[in-house]
Design a protein around this ligand. Structure first.
Ligand SMILES: Cc1cc2nc3c(=O)[nH]c(=O)nc-3n(C[C@H](O)[C@H](O)[C@H](O)COP(=O)(O)O)c2cc1C
Ligand code: FES
Length: 413
């Protein structure tokens, strides 16, 4: 290894521990460098290359393929102003002009404004807070009401979700200005579905999910039970379940609300998917811009592990299941399931043609379920209330509370 011009001594043990997990931990290793140094310098690439036993060019390819990774120094403060349709209509251009002008004026007056980068960005998944922006990883609502001084003072707080709905099943605990922690979640019947499932067995879960008519909420509306059954019926020893929390479609923030307010609902759905399919490992792949939500999920996993819902012999059964959250790094295409699998393998997020579908050959070639956040969040309710009750909500083609339009279509309103 060349003599490093950048001191990596503090980072070395972290990178080494990531490397022990193999290439799958490449993105977490890159994040540990960037979160500490601010970017990923060549010295770090070389060190990672040595530890992961991969050519430096392969590391650089991964860095280049994810826009949230920087291979050169960036400003101390980076501001992303969303200019996708909702924020554009709410005045994103004016926000950009105002902040840019404020910086220029202070520079011209000789003030030490420091290094500051302001860029436009695609939808940040904060549409109900438009015009929205992210300042150094902190989401900011109603940027039109903020001054340059507010930003410099750094007193920014992540805005809480706004939820107004007539029928609230998945979102019953959302929009209350708090995370539904494990105590609150269990007080409302949380993890009862898992208990019921473990007592009744995997086939009961598959049957209930099939009878519920649940279709995927990630876009393709594919019946959830079909991919679950394909994975369950495969004789493979390794199987995986992935919660797709990459939500980057302009105007989408439904998954964000669940991730930040009701993390255990998603987690319980993922554990149930693992139980039904026979997978021992689940991943939550969360978009890189959702930093607050990433932290919420990490804490929820710790709570669930401490309560015995994750880990070895869950609730005293033969079922063992681990969950890991992975941060994406800003490329929209990583929401596509085959690209997401590549990212989880530590490779550039490039989709491949299907077939093979992930349920046949997914993560490391093993049968893998990939489900959207909202799809998984439906499962605990289905098992608790029963598929018959669930079927009564929505339409014949799409059961559940997908949208008001769907509910109205059913009720004839
Ligand atoms: C370009 C592209 C981006 C996508 N982004 C997402 C996404 O952000 N979240 C998601 O759940 N599905 C996304 N999908 C769909 C996934 O590939 C996959 O179908 C979905 O995660 C399956 O979950 P479901 O069966 O629960 O709907 C995307 C698909 C494409 C082609
Ligand atoms: S359009 Fe700006 S956050 Fe979604």
């Amino acid at each position: 290894m060349p003599t490093p011009s950048i001191d990596l001594s503090d980072l070395a043990p972290v990178i080494q521990s990531h490397a022990q997990k193999g290439r799958t931990a490449l993105l977490p290793a890159l994040y540990s460098v960037q979160d500490t140094i601010g970017y990923i310098p060549p010295e770090a690439v070389q060190f990672i290359s040595d530890q992961f036993n991969l050519p430096p060019e392969e590391i650089n390819q991964v860095v280049r393929s994810f826009p949230l990774f920087f291979s050169e120094p960036v400003s101390k403060t980076v501001i992303h102003v969303c200019n996708n349709p909702v924020c554009a209509n709410a005045g994103a251009d004016a926000v950009m002009k105002r902040f840019s002008l404020a910086v220029e004026e202070r520079r011209a007056a000789g003030e030490p404004v420091g290094a500051l980068t302001i860029e436009f960005a695609p939808c940040l998944g904060l549409c109900e807070h438009a015009p929205a922006m992210i300042v150094q990883g902190t989401s900011v609502a109603r940027a039109d009401s903020l001054s340059y001084e507010d930003i410099v003072a750094g007193q920014l707080r992540h805005p809480r979700s706004i939820v107004r709905n007539e029928i609230a099943i998945l979102t019953a605990n959302c929009g209350k200005n708090r995370v539904n922690n494990i105590m609150l979640y269990q007080a409302g019947g949380g993890y009862q579905a898992l208990k019921k499932a473990i007592a009744a067995g995997p086939q009961f879960v598959l049957d209930e999910v099939k009878a519920s008519g649940l279709v995927g909420r990630g876009g393709a509306a594919y019946p959830a039970w079909k991919k679950w059954s394909t994975v369950a019926e495969s004789g493979a020893s390794d199987k995986y379940v992935i919660c797709n929390a990459d939500e980057a479609e302009p105007g989408s923030f439904k998954d964000r609300v669940l991730l930040e307010d009701e993390p255990h609902l998603i987690l319980e759905g993922l554990i149930l998917a693992g139980f039904a399919t026979g997978a021992a490992k689940g991943f939550i792949y969360i978009r890189g811009e959702y930093i607050f939500q990433y932290r919420v999920m990490i804490k929820a996993i710790e709570e669930a592990r401490a309560a015995g819902f994750i880990g070895e012999h869950i609730l005293g059964s033969a079922f063992s299941f681990e969950v890991e959250v992975r941060r994406g790094a800003g490329t929209y295409v990583a929401g596509e399931e085959t690209a997401q699998i590549k990212a989880l393998e530590g490779k550039p997020a490039i989709p491949h043609a299907k077939p093979p579908y992930p349920s046949i050959s997914g993560l490391y070639g093993a049968p893998t379920v990939v489900n959207n956040v909202e799809t998984l969040a439906n499962v605990p309710y289905i098992l608790r209330a029963g598929s018959t009750a669930y079927r009564k909500i929505g339409t014949d083609a799409s059961s559940g509370t997908t949208s008001r339009t769907v509910i109205r279509a059913r009720s004839g309103a």
